[in-house]
Ligand binder design. Structure first.
Ligand SMILES: [Fe+2]
Length: 384
């Protein structure tokens, strides 16, 4: 029987090459004339901040910028952005320009800018409650889907643990999908983010809590990402593939926002956090062995999902192997191979992964600590 569900979606979502040039009109919709931009040094160095902000300033709009967002950010980035501008700039909207780390930081800046709440105290489910400033997101990578979700992930700099803040009020108001901003992204971040998006679609599709809308979004995401991911990794200048990646990643984000990520993400968070490996590398490499574990419960789903990816006539038992070859062929396995991960760390990571009930409970098949160690070991077999 269908269980009760909520769907949460951004209010307005636009796609188009060059569409970020229409930011001023979108800010007007939000009643904003003093936006606070959250970004990072990479986006700024790539010239994307100037490209988006320049036309606004030329029209006399006063904006403030926080560009020190760190990758896999600590909560301290939120406090730093609020401290930098909170006393001096009367922001009336937050604009996130960047990848997942930037968008996640911007979500909590928008929620705490006016009242100065401690961001770390909002970790968990449903603890944010309100967001006083409107939030507009312009993703510059095709992967995290964070522009579509009520989730923000932060890293504890001491333990390396990743902490989720989940609240419907974190879903952005307006999203501008402009693939021109991702055209210059180098091959490896393109591959890692793109594979992460594929995993989002897959986990959203198989999760026990998937809503009917999420299942439909996940399959459409797979139809875009399946052919586009290898294509964009072969040729970063393939604009059609860039467009499909951005749309596919966004659809996958909308899908898991209304379903859940599952065991791949539960297993990825301790591994990525402790060894500082890019999130998409970790999810991309773990997905094959996690799906091998899940296979008894997902055989019919896998047949449909593989078909959507364009992997015609793939028997379910071949699906995990195909995921592993994809991760290998786009260079993710080599990145993981270069990191030294001691055997002794597997049990502790397995404990942390299994303790993450937010992500483990929706997984279609239970994962014990022994299963988790097994999945890590088979994924990392070249190390141990
Ligand atoms: Fe992810």
């Amino acid at each position: 029987m269908l269980r009760p569900y909520d769907n949460n979606l951004p209010r307005r979502l636009r796609f188009g090459r060059g569409i970020s040039a229409e930011l001023k009109g979108e800010l007007r919709r939000l009643g904003s004339s003093r936006p606070l931009f959250i970004t990072d040094r990479g986006v700024s160095a790539a010239g994307l901040l100037k490209r988006v902000l320049g036309p606004l300033e030329a029209e006399g709009i006063r904006a403030a910028v926080y560009d020190a967002t760190e990758p896999e950010p600590p909560f301290a980035c939120v406090a730093a952005a609020v401290a930098l501008h909170g006393g001096s700039f009367d922001a009336d909207a937050v604009v996130a320009l960047g990848g997942g780390s930037v968008i996640d930081t911007a979500k909590l800046v928008a929620a705490t800018f006016k009242d100065g709440r401690d961001a770390a105290g909002l970790a968990g489910i449903g603890k944010v409650g309100r967001r006083d400033l409107p939030l507009l997101c312009i993703p510059t990578t095709s992967g995290t889907g964070s522009e579509a979700t009520p989730v923000a992930i932060f890293t504890d700099p001491v333990t390396g643990n990743k902490v989720g803040v989940v609240d419907p009020c974190l879903v952005p108001d307006i999203v501008l999908l402009d693939p021109e901003l991702s055209d210059g992204l180098p091959r490896l971040p393109t591959a890692a983010a793109g594979m992460d998006a594929l995993v989002h679609a897959l986990e959203a599709y198989i999760a026990k809590v998937a809503t009917p809308m999420a299942r439909g979004l996940a399959l459409e995401a797979a139809r875009r990402l399946g052919p586009a991911l290898p294509a964009v990794c072969r040729d970063g200048g393939d604009r059609e593939a860039r467009d499909a990646m951005l749309v596919g990643a966004n659809l996958a984000g909308l899908a898991f926002a209304n379903s859940s990520c599952c065991a791949v993400h539960a297993l990825a968070l301790p591994l990525g956090g402790r060894f500082h490996i890019a999130h998409g590398v970790v999810t991309g490499c773990l997905t094959a062995e996690t799906m091998r574990h899940n296979l008894p419960e997902i055989r019919s789903d896998v047949a449909v999902f593989a078909e959507a990816l364009g992997w015609k006539d793939t028997p379910p038992e071949d699906f995990p192997g195909k995921l592993a070859s994809l991760a290998r062929s786009i260079g993710l396995t080599d990145v993981l191979r270069a990191v030294s991960i001691p055997e002794a760390s597997l049990a502790e990571m397995a404990r942390a992964a299994v303790a993450n009930r937010r992500l483990m409970d929706p997984n279609p098949r239970a994962v014990t600590e022994a299963d988790a160690v097994d999945i890590y070991r088979r994924t990392l077999e070249f190390h141990v």
